[in-house]
Design a protein around this ligand. Structure first.
Ligand SMILES: [Zn+2]
Ligand SMILES: [Zn+2]
Length: 272
């Protein structure tokens, strides 16, 4: 079965995205998708923290205009959700409160990218830390991000730390950080947020659906809300590995994934 949605994608309104909104929507329609959330980076963390002024900030006014046009153009062919991916830093909380006042969205992913002053996309974060310390510090920030004062719908890619790690075994293992992962999962449930299953492991096979201990634990703790997102920055990457993610979720006891419309979760069956 094909899964005809994607909840995490980037256009060229993201500093690192390739396709225009129009090209991404068209590619999704050509793939048969019925729902596409375009969740461009809103990196106010890079504004609030020193050292990231090189990151191009999203032009929200232009995006608002262009999104409305693309949404109207394809309205009878696909549901387009106007999303953003916020890069969490507590120093940026006030800036996101301003964003949400001026830029209404359908869906917001809250993600941690910068830890201890470094984007964990870069190897320097790992060079001076043991794996236990590097992942533990990141997870504490993920836990803190759940208390962000602005609205968000899902907890983005908690396996981001593994994507570019330099250790032989990059996997985020439940057993290595059980206490803080339990706290993250419990709080995600208590706050009514969704846990994102991100399928963009860049070949590392480190996402939540590869080693399902964290997903099973989430289910045990009452977790129901899960999203699946490819995190693609190109049209070709739409819905990559969604069949594998769905299979893993079904194995863990989930029957539905969720997409968001006007910040409300809508269930999509995972069963064939
Ligand atoms: Zn991200
Ligand atoms: Zn992303």
């Amino acid at each position: 079965m094909e899964y005809l949605f994607d909840t995490h994608t980037h256009s060229n309104f993201s500093h690192d995205g390739v396709p225009s909104l129009n090209a991404l929507a068209e590619a999704a329609i050509n793939r048969g998708l019925k729902y596409l959330a375009i969740t461009d980076h809103c990196d106010k963390d890079c504004v609030a923290l020193p050292g990231f002024s090189w990151v191009r900030q999203i032009d929200l006014d232009t995006r608002k205009r262009e999104f409305a046009a693309v949404k109207a153009k394809f309205a009878d062919r696909i549901t387009l959700a106007e999303g953003l991916e916020y890069g969490y830093a507590k120093e940026a909380n006030g800036l996101y409160l301003d964003v949400e006042k001026s830029y209404p969205t359908d869906y917001v992913i809250n993600s941690v990218h910068i830890v201890a002053g470094t984007d964990v996309y870069f190897r320097e974060y790992f060079d001076c830390r043991s794996k236990q310390e590097a992942y533990g510090t990141y997870l504490k920030d993920v836990l803190a991000s759940l208390d962000a004062p602005y609205h968000y719908d899902s907890v983005g890619h908690i396996t981001y730390i593994a994507r570019c790690a330099t250790y032989d075994d990059k996997r985020l293992l439940y057993g290595d950080h059980a206490d803080v992962i339990d706290e993250i999962l419990r709080k995600t449930v208590a706050k009514g947020k969704a846990l994102e299953v991100n399928t963009s492991s860049k070949g590392t096979k480190c996402d939540l659906f590869h080693d399902t201990t964290i997903l099973r634990r989430y289910k045990e703790l009452g977790g129901e809300l899960v999203t699946i997102g490819s995190d693609t920055h190109t049209p070709e990457g739409l819905s990559t590995d969604f069949d594998l993610a769905a299979k893993a979720l079904l194995y863990c006891g989930f029957r539905y994934a969720f997409v968001y419309k006007e910040h409300k979760p809508v269930a999509v069956s995972l069963e064939k």
